[in-house]
Design a protein around this ligand. Structure first.
Ligand SMILES: [Mn+2]
Length: 345
């Protein structure tokens, strides 16, 4: 038997707190429900090069809306539209369309885990033309620069927590597919329940999801414990030139490095997790050259430095301990600018 979140004995709680303490006002939830219930079609987008939280949250809500009889369109705005290999186990991918098939002027659009307009990539144009845009997000750096309605709670460990709440409020049920999508978001953004964002509410949500019968072992293996052989070779190259300087550890992976082993850009997500182990460093940085030749800069902090602020100053955003931005400079110039901002932080 699959548990229904509506069966919870307690009144609805948002991220473990009574609704009146939630960063999302009741009025915003009500308006979101109204907009969604009225819509025949809901166009949904998550941020470019989606992670488990972005794609998982979007697909989970898409399942719910589809079961309510809505037409759903889901996408993300990458030039090279491909679901990262490590997320291909997520159910519901038949609901995805490439950005060129996304409605040009949707009546109702919902965005997931995208903290800036820029992070919507090619779907920015549709977002700008949409009549209503509901923004579902948890990034503290999200300043509400886009959208007509914000469901933003920066205290939530993952957008998946807001997605679960939305599903609950829409009267949806958690089945194994929806739970798998939400769980992917929850474990991705809490680093498998290791980060400081892992509150009792996170574990309570995990319990509800796991109770649907999902395979936590298989999800963990898909997300973190597999890679093509070429990853080891590219990683070896990146580690061979890793640099430690004054509390900062950093390296880079170029397009040429990846091309030698046919390794897609999306395989590089784990490199930063190896660098951030470094005892001598407070901040870790990995520069990853994407297929367009831009450097995607991933940063991590152990807590004393707000890398979200550093990355925001460089045109990006994220969380206190995990943030990123895009650089069109060379590796050398990118690091010069990064160090300059880091000194200010
Ligand atoms: Mn997230």
């Amino acid at each position: 038997m699959t548990p229904d979140v509506r069966d919870r004995a307690e009144p609805p709680r948002v991220n473990g707190r009574p609704p009146d303490e939630c960063a999302v006002p009741e009025a915003a939830w009500s308006r979101a429900l109204h907009l969604i219930r009225q819509a025949d079609e809901v166009a949904m987008a998550c941020h470019v090069t989606p992670d488990g939280d972005a794609l998982g949250s979007m697909l989970a809500v898409a399942f719910t809306l589809r079961s309510m009889g809505k037409r759903v369109v889901t996408s993300f705005g990458d030039h090279h539209f491909v679901v990262p290999r490590l997320l291909r186990f997520l159910p519901g991918q038949e609901m995805l369309v490439p950005p060129e098939e996304f409605p040009e002027s949707p009546d109702l659009m919902v965005t997931f885990d995208s903290s800036t307009f820029q992070r919507l990539g090619l779907l920015g144009a549709s977002t700008a033309r949409a009549r209503e845009v509901i923004v579902v997000d948890h990034h503290p750096s999200n300043e509400g620069e886009f959208g007509t309605l914000s469901l933003i709670d920066s205290t939530a460990a993952a957008t998946a927590m807001l997605a679960e709440e939305l599903i609950y409020r829409l009267g949806g049920q958690l089945d194994r597919d929806i739970a798998t999508c939400l769980y992917a978001g929850l474990v991705t953004d809490t680093g498998s329940f290791r980060y400081s964002t892992t509150t009792p509410a996170v574990h309570h949500m995990a319990a509800r999801l796991v109770a649907t019968g999902l395979r936590t072992d298989e999800i963990a293996r898909e997300l973190w414990d597999r890679s093509p052989f070429g990853y080891l070779k590219v990683l070896a190259g990146a580690l061979a030139r890793v640099t430690l300087e004054d509390g900062l550890v950093w390296t880079y992976v170029s397009q040429v490095d990846r091309a030698a082993y046919g390794l897609p850009y999306s395989e590089l997500e784990g490199v930063i997790d190896i660098l951030r182990r470094t005892d001598e460093a407070e901040v870790s940085v990995v520069l990853k050259e994407d297929d367009q030749g831009y450097w995607q800069v991933s940063t991590r902090s152990k807590g004393n430095v707000d890398v979200a602020a550093v990355c925001a100053a460089l045109g990006g955003g994220g969380h206190h301990n995990a943030a990123g931005y895009t650089s069109q400079d060379s590796v050398k110039d990118t690091m010069v600018k990064f160090r300059r901002e880091l000194r200010k932080a």
